[in-house]
Design a protein around this ligand. Structure first.
Ligand code: TXA
Ligand code: MG
Length: 327
């Protein structure tokens, strides 16, 4: 298991206490961390990412032990979910404690809390002894980083310390669940914890935003996007679409779940396989690779199955595709 050196953790904690930014690994994606109790430090996160300042951030804690410092209510359903999935890839949106900074919550009356399981994230949070805001460590709207070199590519100089935890195990962001109304649980963003897993713990779970649901910028239509336009194509139309688009000599990139059935020229083809966990683990790194494939005008992505195991991946692909080709 990957573990950071004590000296690296100490340097990171010192940077955080000085109001600087530290990128650290979690089991989902790399986070861009700042002291959640320091408004100036949190402001730096928005500047580094180029993220609109009213978009709320997730507060990361090493356990639920001191959660009452951040939330004024911890409903039974939320407690049951925390007991089952923390530490792990689940974020709970809860009524915020008064002192939680507006710059963290986007001025809303709720706060998102997550207890990550990655060993290095745990080491850092425990040594820091407080809450860390940590959005994915990428430029706003772009692909989330799942390796330390992605963070360097995305944010470089803006980050004082990048803790190296190797590749993230899961590869897509946490499942976000809102527990603001007693007895009501609502899925806001699909992730590694599936709807059925949530239902097995709390019974009924509503899906998607409704009126009065807090803002989740991860849910603005275009997000998690490569710079090359991305198009989702049914499995049986991949080769035909490649031939159609490359007829004029254009280069294409393909993210598929199988090998090509014919020999295709001028195509960078990645076979990401048929296992949802492996596919998710490699998703952002594969899109980064294809995004860089020299001269490619479009990334074609094979449509993934319409089953629950693929919910998180499908959600991210649809958001990546929502970026229209002429932007
Ligand atoms: O897996 C993850 O959750 C990663 C790692 C680093 O922990 N973090 C992450 O953060 O994905 P970010 O900022 O990229 O996405 C956080 C999402 C956003 O869609 C944000 O709007 C939502 O959480 N969020 C934060 N506070 C919220 C609140 N009070 N109500 C509703 N949504 C909230
Ligand atoms: Mg993000």
């Amino acid at each position: 298991m990957v573990r950071a050196l004590q000296s690296e953790i100490e340097a990171a904690v010192e940077a955080l206490r000085a109001g600087e930014l530290v990128a650290f690994p979690t089991e989902t994606v790399y986070g861009l961390g700042a002291n959640a109790a320091d408004a100036n430090a949190v402001a730096k996160v928005f500047t580094a990412k180029g993220r609109p300042s009213d978009h709320p951030l997730i507060v990361h804690l090493d356990s639920a032990k001191y959660i009452h410092r951040w939330v004024r209510d911890f409903p039974a359903a939320a407690k049951a979910l925390a007991a089952k999935f923390w530490p792990g890839p689940l974020t709970l949106v809860l009524p915020k404690e008064e002192k939680v900074l507006d710059v963290v919550t986007g001025g809303q009356d709720s706060v998102a809390i997550r207890v990550p399981s990655h060993r290095v994230a745990q080491q850092l949070l425990t040594a820091f002894g407080g809450g860390l805001v940590a959005p994915s460590a990428n430029r706003y709207g772009r692909l989330s980083p799942t390796r330390p070199e992605h963070v360097r590519e995305e944010l470089g100089e803006a980050v004082s310390v990048i803790l190296d935890g190797g590749e993230c195990k899961l590869g897509v962001e946490s499942t976000i669940v809102s527990c603001l109304v007693e007895g009501q649980v609502r899925l806001l963003r699909p992730g590694a914890v599936t709807l059925n897993q949530l239902r097995a713990v709390v019974g009924e779970v509503a899906v998607g935003a409704d009126e009065g649901t807090p803002r989740t910028p991860g849910s603005v239509v275009s997000h998690y996007a490569p710079s090359t336009p991305l198009e989702i194509v049914p499995a049986d139309q991949l080769e035909a679409r490649v031939e159609e688009l490359s007829a004029g000599g254009a280069r294409l990139a393909v993210l598929a779940m199988r090998l090509p059935m014919t020999t295709l020229e001028r195509v960078s083809w990645i076979n990401a396989g048929r296992k949802p966990q492996t596919y998710a683990h490699d998703l952002y790194a594969n899109l980064r690779t294809l995004d860089k494939a020299a001269g490619c005008v479009r990334i074609l992505v094979q449509e993934v199955p319409a089953t629950e195991a693929w919910d998180a991946v499908r959600d991210r692909l649809m958001k990546a595709a929502a970026k229209s080709p002429d932007r």
